[in-house]
Write a protein that binds this ligand. Structure first.
Ligand SMILES: NC(=O)c1ccc[n+]([C@@H]2O[C@H](COP(=O)([O-])OP(=O)(O)OC[C@H]3O[C@@H](n4cnc5c(N)ncnc54)[C@H](O)[C@@H]3O)[C@@H](O)[C@H]2O)c1
Length: 270
């Protein structure tokens, strides 16, 4: 039985050059999907098509989606930048560009379509910041989102947390509209994962803090362990799953909420 239903599906993976996006594209190829890749670095995978795209440049997004053309069954938003990149680049890639790409792809998506984006455990503070996030996600156009960010550098801060919170709240809000068209949208909140980006997190974050985020499982995930839940979310098997922000963190969130993982105790004194 083709439980996930990817055989012959036309799927688009943005961020397929490395890490979780590469693992996602590779697993989708193995599942028999027609995989179209996007990234600003050339992919080595044997894809149905690959288009260079820079999520900081909406024109490149428009051109790439037009070049793929035709119906798209599923979109995987896997590209991202860490907090070591300039804050405006982080906001453009992780949120504004990802959202612009999604809007363009939605023009090619019909009933049964699905979108899955990678947010982060770094965005887990979203529920305490709805007063800021709701006005931000109400802004629809790429240039207007960028202008809001330029006008609010104190809120943007290093960019990473806000971009990931915005992906979560945008996913939740969009899910209510899109499901009326038979399209689902979800996101994942990965914990620390051994990808090329991890090197950047290690350079910017105290090791004790990074290690706090791998409790209680006590190891980092692999890119494949992050790809599989994304693939599930966009599959036929998840037909009633919509608007979900799914932690893929080895139990960190559950342990924290129930007081079994005390991150303040695990973090060094300030
Ligand atoms: N690694 C972790 O511990 C971790 C944890 C939580 C969330 N995440 C998120 O997971 C996602 C995937 O990251 P990863 O860990 O696989 O790292 P990665 O660096 O391997 O992958 C990021 C991908 O995004 C692409 N990219 C970067 N800037 C781009 C741009 N301007 N235009 C188009 N593509 C661009 C890169 O080329 C790369 O293929 C990111 O959104 C990241 O924030 C990572």
């Amino acid at each position: 039985m083709d439980f996930l239903g990817y055989e012959g599906k036309r799927v688009l993976v943005c961020g397929c050059y490395s890490g979780m996006g590469e693992a996602t594209a590779r697993q989708l190829l193995a599942l028999g999907a027609e995989v179209h890749g996007l990234d600003f670095k050339e992919s080595a995978l044997d894809l149905a098509s690959f288009n260079l795209v820079d999520l900081r440049d909406p024109a490149s997004i428009d051109a790439a989606v037009a070049a793929i053309g035709g119906k798209v069954d599923a979109l995987f938003n896997c590209a991202g930048l860490p907090q070591t990149a300039p804050p405006m680049d982080v906001m453009k890639v992780n949120y504004a560009g990802t959202r612009h790409l999604t809007d363009r792809v939605l023009e090619h998506m019909g009933e049964g379509g699905a979108i899955a984006s990678i947010s982060s455990n770094g965005g887990m503070g979203w529920s305490r910041k709805l007063d800021v996030l709701m006005p931000l996600i109400a802004i629809e156009k790429y240039d207007d989102i960028v202008k809001w960010c330029e006008d609010n550098p104190d809120i943007v801060n290093e960019g990473y947390s806000l971009s990931k919170e915005a992906v979560i709240v945008w996913t939740m809000r969009a899910s209510a509209d899109l499901i009326k068209r038979g399209i689902r949208i979800n996101c994942t909140l990965p914990g620390p994962t051994q990808t090329p980006m991890m090197h950047e997190f290690e350079s910017a974050t105290d090791m004790a803090v990074l290690n706090a985020f791998i409790q209680p499982i006590n190891r980092r995930s692999t890119p494949d362990e992050q790809a599989a839940p994304l693939i599930y979310l966009n599959s036929d098997a998840a037909s009633y799953v919509n608007g979900l922000a799914m932690p893929i963190d080895g139990g960190f969130m559950g342990g924290m909420v129930t007081g079994q993982v005390d991150i303040s105790a695990l973090m060094p004194a300030q």
